[in-house]
Write a protein that binds this ligand. Structure first.
Ligand code: SAM
Ligand code: SF4
Length: 442
């Protein structure tokens, strides 16, 4: 039997993957394994993977492929996450040196699968299609001591034509509100100040479980009552499911941050239909207008895919016009990547990569100009910053309620506290300011 003493874990992709890794780290540490940060020192290598775009998958295949060529004594290698689901049939063939494959819905089974591999010396795979709510979230080991991710709903029922998530993470399963409250209470007791509620579409929360009698905005009201949690964020919101009740909750609850990430994905109604986003531009703008009326200081974030099959130049310019109109504070912009098994595979991926790249560059340039202008407007203003760490230059680093990055000089004792900071300059994505308190809090 192999004696495992240490593990190395590498996480690719989204915040849900980061949280899943934190849970696996906890499981392995409870088993007595030590986390190491050098692959070469580990008895177990875990790769928690992402399938959202081709590049994400290629990086993992390249990385694990390299390990197979190593002639040294081999560690146990496990592949978890979305690639485990998307490529399960072919992974052992392409990467024969992998010892186990664990799907997104099987994290609970990590220790069992590891025992299987150790005891039998054979490869093992578990990739359940559906998520069962038996995962012990409380075991999660977080590096961050101020901010924590909290999963509230897994899976996605939306089936946008380009996206693998409904296939890699299964259908929507909401977590019981009492369990979420218990976890958040524990986080508060451990000193956490900010939580980010996670789901592919947090606004669907509770719809699959009418017995909870708790929709997303109800959950926010329940969590806001927990002492110690100063800020609640949430990611991601599908525009169709954003309700007036949610907007009132953001307005009325002291902890609910005035930042809503609700991606439009594209600016043309024809492309939105082809993407199966189930809203049109007018409906999206209506939601934005309602939000701005109810929460005038709200910032908005988006995701965008440029170069979706058949997107014309003028349709791309419609996306640019959306940016001009909304003035997003955050935008994640991607070029379309064809994903096996998705309906968009049937559309011809007819936009040359150079055109996709050019559109990406153009939109990123526009967004950067807008963010610079937003930062310019904040010069001389005072913002509330929750500091969570120091950067490599020894400056305090934190975020405003609207998720803007801020740095300032100050003492370590301010980490985990919210402070007023007067902004005097900025660079690229970061605001630079001066603390308005003169004495460090001890
Ligand atoms: N559920 C979220 C929503 O609908 O807004 C998004 C979750 S997805 C993990 C994150 C982002 O990846 C999407 O918003 C989309 O912009 C991008 N994405 C998903 N599939 C893609 C694909 N095939 N090619 C390029 N970008 C993609
Ligand atoms: Fe993917 Fe659409 Fe679901 Fe978001 S809403 S995870 S883009 S299918």
């Amino acid at each position: 039997m192999r004696d495992l003493k240490s593990f190395y874990i590498r996480t690719y992709g989204c915040q849900m993957n980061e949280l899943d890794s934190e849970i696996m780290i906890g499981q392995l540490q409870n088993r007595g394994l030590k986390r190491v940060y050098e692959e070469t020192q580990a008895d177990l290598l875990l790769f928690n993977t992402c399938s959202i775009r081709d590049l994400a998958e290629r990086k993992v295949m390249g990385k694990i492929g390299q390990l197979g060529r190593s002639t040294k004594k081999r560690p146990i290698i496990g592949l978890t996450g979305c690639m485990a689901m998307a490529k399960k049939d072919t992974l052992f063939k392409k990467l024969p040196h992998i010892d186990f494959i664990l799907g997104t819905n099987n994290i609970t089974d990590l220790n069992e699968v590891l025992n299987d591999v150790i005891n039998t010396g054979k490869q093992s795979i578990r990739t359940n299609k559906e998520f069962e709510e038996n995962l012990d979230y409380l075991v999660a080991k977080r590096d961050d001591k101020v901010k924590a991710y909290v999963s509230i709903i897994r899976g996605c029922d939306k089936f946008c034509t380009y996206c693998v998530v409904p296939y890699t993470r299964g259908k929507e399963v909401s977590r019981p509100p009492e369990d979420i409250e218990a976890e958040v209470r524990k986080l508060a007791a451990d000193g956490y100040k900010e939580i980010t509620l996670l789901g592919q579409n947090v606004n669907s929360y509770g719809k699959d479980a009418p017995e909870f009698n708790c929709l997303f905005h109800d959950l926010l009201y329940r969590l806001d009552k927990i002492d110690g949690i100063e800020r609640i964020r949430f990611l991601t919101s599908h525009p169709v499911d954003i309700t007036l009740d949610l907007m009132y909750a953001i307005r009325d609850l002291p902890s609910a941050c005035e930042f809503v990430h609700f991606p439009i994905q594209a600016g043309s109604d024809r492309i939105l239909r082809k993407m199966h986003r189930i809203y049109n531009k007018t409906q999206y703008f209506e939601k934005v207008d309602q939000l701005k009326q109810i929460v005038p200081n709200a910032s908005i974030g988006t995701d965008i895919i440029v170069g979706f099959p058949t997107e014309t130049e003028s349709e791309f310019l419609e996306t640019c016009e959306v940016f001009e109109k909304i003035n997003y504070s955050v935008a994640f912009i991607y070029t379309f990547s064809e994903r096996k098994g998705t309906p968009a595979m049937r559309f011809k991926d007819d936009i040359p990569q150079e055109v996709k790249d050019e559109r990406l560059k153009q939109l990123m340039g526009l967004h950067q100009m807008q963010v610079s202008k937003q930062h310019q407007d904040l010069l001389g203003q005072t913002v509330e910053v929750l500091f969570d760490k120091k950067n490599k230059n020894g400056q305090l680093k934190g975020r405003t309620r609207c998720w803007r990055k801020v740095i300032a000089e100050g003492s370590d004792s301010l980490i985990g506290t919210i402070q007023p900071v007067k902004i005097h300059s900025f660079n690229h994505q970061t605001l630079i300011g001066e603390l308005l308190i003169k004495q460090p809090i001890s």
